[in-house]
Design a protein around this ligand. Structure first.
Ligand code: HEC
Length: 314
């Protein structure tokens, strides 16, 4: 029995976890219509153009609030990275990567000889610039909510299947209700409140959007306190402190691709997927040679085994 106790505890925790999830209930995240190229079996590949566009979206939209401190500019030009070029096996020499880094002014970790802080353009070896000097400043600028670092967000929000994390980012960014559906009425204290009406299936009622927060069906949370309809049929999702970020045309893509909400969300999700594991391309490109090597080795071993035992009687 003693042996089983930890197992039982584990099963209990699992059951609790499952019921808790059922009560909260965010909508299940989904991939874009045409799926993720990198999750294709057997040999998925990152869509390099999409990762490049995704970096543009991160740089022009997300980077003002979200850091990615586990990444250095150099990573962008390494094998498998969006700006890799075989002419520059060492990404530190890649002029494009140098130019990208130099667009960001950072605080040098070393002060000048008088002890004063030195600001300078970033170099490929520098980590991505953080938008705020510390967490307090980040929260103060965002109504008390902390924009999480996005370096490994696709890992943190994934469930272990290839592409889960990217699907979550994609669903979250495209999942905000159409702004036209958000209505305003005077609240009890005379101040205006924003609300949404639901009339699908059994989910019928009004959902008040708390001030400074935004409803999103894919965000884990609980909408019960803001809901005036049947409490057994609350709308999916919750409220988060991030406003919708990607209205159509939010960026102008360098490569001319039309910047729809869905396209930008897909590209930035793909970029964040790559960023969560920048070496995956290198690893995947080693997979085939490794398999061939192992097969050849197995054949060789088989023949040497035969040869060695040739003259021994069984
Ligand atoms: C104006 C600031 C701002 C910008 C710009 C911004 N965000 Fe956010 N983001 C936030 C804040 C604040 C939160 C925390 C929300 C909360 O926890 O309520 C957040 C949360 C998130 C989360 C975490 C959601 C979760 O599951 O906890 C993701 C993912 C995210 N943002 C992605 C992005 C991406 C991608 C972009 C660019 C397209 C972006 N954000 C642009 C402020 C911003």
């Amino acid at each position: 029995m003693k042996l089983f106790r930890p197992l039982l505890a584990g099963l209990g925790a699992l059951a609790l976890g499952l019921t808790a999830h059922a009560a909260g209930g965010a909508k299940h995240a989904h991939a874009p219509e045409d799926g993720w190229k990198f999750a294709k079996v057997p040999a998925g590949k990152l869509d390099k153009d999409s990762v490049q566009r995704g970096f543009q979206v991160y740089k022009e939209v997300c980077a003002s609030c979200h850091g990615m401190k586990l990444l250095s500019y150099r990573n962008l030009g390494e094998k498998g990275g969006p700006f890799y070029s075989s002419d520059y096996p060492n990404a530190n020499d890649n002029p494009l990567v140098k130019a990208i880094a130099a667009e960001f002014e950072i605080l040098d970790p070393n002060p000048d000889e008088n002890g004063d802080p030195v600001y300078r353009p970033a170099r490929p070896s520098d980590p991505f610039r953080s938008p705020y000097p510390n967490d307090q400043a980040a929260m103060a600028a965002n109504g008390g909510a902390m924009p999480p670092d996005l370096s490994v967000i696709t890992k943190a929000r994934g469930h272990g299947n290839e592409g889960d994390g990217a699907s979550y980012i994609y669903s979250l960014l495209t999942g905000y209700p159409d702004p036209e559906k958000i209505k305003t009425k005077p609240g009890e204290d005379g101040l205006n409140v924003n609300y949404l009406e639901f009339d699908k299936d059994e989910t019928v009622g009004t959902l008040i959007q708390p001030t400074g927060l935004y409803y999103n069906p894919y965000f884990a949370g609980d909408t019960t306190p803001q809901w005036d309809g049947d409490p057994r049929h609350t709308p999916y999702g919750g409220f988060l402190a991030m406003a919708p970020q990607l209205p159509d045309g939010r960026v102008e893509y360098i490569d001319g691709t039309e910047a729809t909400t869905s396209q930008m969300a897909k590209d930035v999700a793909q970029f964040l997927h790559w960023a969560g594991d920048p070496k995956q391309g290198q690893r995947k490109s080693l997979a085939l040679p490794t398999m061939i090597y192992l097969v050849l080795l197995a054949i060789l071993l088989w023949f040497s085994y035969k040869r060695i035992w040739r003259s021994v009687e069984h």
